[in-house]
Design a protein around this ligand. Structure first.
Ligand SMILES: NC(=O)c1ccc[n+]([C@@H]2O[C@H](COP(=O)([O-])OP(=O)(O)OC[C@H]3O[C@@H](n4cnc5c(N)ncnc54)[C@H](OP(=O)(O)O)[C@@H]3O)[C@@H](O)[C@H]2O)c1
Length: 297
């Protein structure tokens, strides 16, 4: 199958493209600017720059490539950046998705959109796929707008909601585990919140879930995340202990002590029963995720 991946240079994008190539798919990777992926020369791999903020580029590329399936993983994904550059975040996350859907609809290409637990307000937590969405920051609002566009797509559509993704960063952004490792290796202290609740997700499990959806042509919304409920502070402590680093450098704090531009939903975490029963999804527990992230046996 010819799969077009947006946000291919990103953290998730790297692992998605790698796995798709490993299992024999043709991958047309797209991202903003030049290719940062190390797959040039790999059979089935090609790269095209695509800035989702541009209306024309999406339709030109979709027409040119004519993929069998689209995985839309590109986003302005840092909540604080979205809060500070609201117009740009709306243009990329919401309108960028709209532009891509418009282009894809001409050829009725199945469309898989990567969304987030930040579409929820974080009051109740442990959200199912059909829980009421009520984002409390601009990032969440743009991702909700995009979900709404996807749900109106007249052909096959699916939405993946995931949570606090971790693993070894290859080409995309860093994550909690890699930051803890870097800071503690340098002997620096690191403040981590202990009043936000998540179901953290090992990046390769997320890829497995997305590819199962593609293989089964699953439609609708699926939560794809880890099963263990943890706070970032608990994750950081376990990472430090796992790596034999000095956990006393980790400073437990609360969200109210942070003056961040974007408010974070306090208690999220998603239910994965639907993914378990329909996709056979079975995520790693956090200990396994740590082992896989740091290539330990
Ligand atoms: N990481 C998490 O914890 C998490 C949690 C929930 C949901 N998600 C969702 O998962 C998806 C993947 O996130 P990630 O962690 O892989 O983030 P990431 O490492 O920041 O990757 C996002 C990618 O989007 C691309 N992008 C940004 N603006 C673009 C534009 N205007 N046109 C085209 N591409 C653009 C970036 O391309 P360049 O690098 O080339 O600029 C980047 O490679 C996102 O949709 C995010 O909302 C992530």
């Amino acid at each position: 199958m010819k799969v077009l991946v947006t946000g291919a240079n990103g953290f998730l994008g790297f692992y998605l493209c790698k796995k798709l190539l490993d299992i024999g798919h043709e991958v047309v990777a797209t991202s903003r600017g030049n290719c940062r992926l190390p797959f040039n020369g790999t059979i089935g791999f090609s790269y095209l720059p695509l800035d989702l903020a541009s209306e024309d580029q999406s339709s030109t590329i979709i027409r040119q490539v004519s993929p069998d399936y689209i995985i839309h993983a590109a986003a302005m994904g840092k909540p604080d950046e979205c809060e500070e550059k609201k117009e740009l975040a709306t243009q990329i996350n919401s309108m960028g998705t709209f532009n891509l859907l418009q282009a894809a609809s001409e050829k009725k290409i199945p469309f898989n959109y990567i969304s987030t637990d930040f579409v929820f307000d974080g009051v109740a937590g442990n959200y199912s796929e059909d829980a009421i969405r009520n984002p409390i920051n601009h990032y969440g609002k743009t991702k909700l707008e995009a979900e709404n566009w996807v749900e109106k797509y007249p052909s096959e559509w699916s939405i993946v909601r995931t949570v606090l993704v971790y693993g070894k960063p290859m080409t995309g952004r860093s994550n909690l585990l890699s930051i803890v490792q870097e800071k503690l290796n340098r002997g620096e202290t690191y403040q981590v919140v202990d009043d936000q609740v998540r179901t953290p997700t090992f990046v390769e499990d997320l890829v497995t879930g997305i590819i199962s959806m593609m293989d089964k042509r699953a439609q609708g919304v699926f939560n794809i995340c880890g099963e263990e409920v943890l706070t970032p502070y608990q994750m950081a402590i376990r990472t430090a202990n796992f790596l034999g680093l000095d956990a006393s450098l980790l400073i437990r704090t609360l969200s109210s002590n942070f003056n961040q531009p974007a408010t974070r939903p306090l208690i999220t975490g998603l239910q994965i029963e639907k993914a378990r029963s329909i996709l056979g999804f079975s995520p790693s527990n956090f200990e396994e995720g740590l082992r896989k992230t740091f290539n330990a046996t």
